[in-house]
Design a binder for this molecule. Sequence first.
Ligand SMILES: Nc1ncnc2c1ncn2[C@@H]1O[C@H](COP(=O)(O)OP(=O)(O)OP(=O)(O)O)[C@@H](O)[C@H]1O
Length: 315
Amino acid sequence: MGVLMDADAVVEVRGLRMTYGARTVLDGVDLRLDRGEVVALLGPNGAGKTTTIEVLEGFRQPTAGEVVVLGEDPSRAGDAWRAKVGVVLQSWRDHARWPVGQLLEQFAALYRPFAVAGGQGPYGVDELLELVGLADRRRALVRSLSGGQRRRLDVAIGLVGRPELLFLDEPTTGFDPVARHEFHELIHALSDFDDTTVLLTTHDLAEAEKIAGRILILDEGRIVANGSAAELARAMAHSSEVTWREDGVRHVHSAAEPEAFVRELLTRREVEVTELQVRAQTLEATYLAMVARHETAATAAASASDRRPTNEEAR
Ligand SMILES: Nc1ncnc2c1ncn2[C@@H]1O[C@H](COP(=O)(O)OP(=O)(O)OP(=O)(O)O)[C@@H](O)[C@H]1O
């Protein structure tokens, strides 16, 4: 059993460190996921997102820190634990000669012994193919799928055991807009109706904003931001822009709290307000500002510690 205390947490991590040789990739990561949450882990290339997810999946042994996932240490957990966790890795290129439906049947069979009494057990193949939009490719060989279809199959393989916790590493790479939209609906349905907890990495900030209730930004081995897209925008003091017409005259106002401003505008004014629009700060602008701010601070700290004291200062 895990050493951490909170029974409500699906994932709880404290002080996670990971080094590859002399290189420190994760340097004190703390995070927590509660049941039914969809959380996006963002960060620049090489920030350590995949490494974090691989530690949570039990594929990598951390250098230091406490990691509890579904009540267990993932690096020691057994098959019954593994059956509750779904994983979609960044690239998965096996099983080229298998027909899609047969491959999913095989995976479903692996999960069947772990189905709990009264639970639904693994997905039926037809239902799963329908869910991921591959119903018409049941008999196709895996190698004949397009890149986006291949990725949908990866998602199906991650889902087949009806996991309590789903890790998705850049799941929508190569998806066309329709597939992407369907995938977002699928994630909403999983968290709303099945209480599935989802942790995904993505470089698509619009996607993170759309599907994740909470966003974590990892940079230089640490979580530098944690909150909803709106909370992160507020933390950066980013304003939304409200525009409207009053007696035919166009007005523009920057508001840190646009809901309150619009409420005031609509209730207190006696004149007619038309063409009211609120342009919210995008997560992309917030993200770019946050990463830039963090990196500037890190560079300043590094150059301060490199700077040798002058003779004058040393005295
Ligand atoms: N097995 C390994 N051995 C040595 N270094 C590694 C290993 N795996 C990853 N790294 C390094 O660790 C750092 C973090 O990699 P990771 O794949 O976790 O980042 P990421 O945030 O997922 O990046 P991306 O957005 O590019 O997918 C990178 O600098 C990478 O080169």
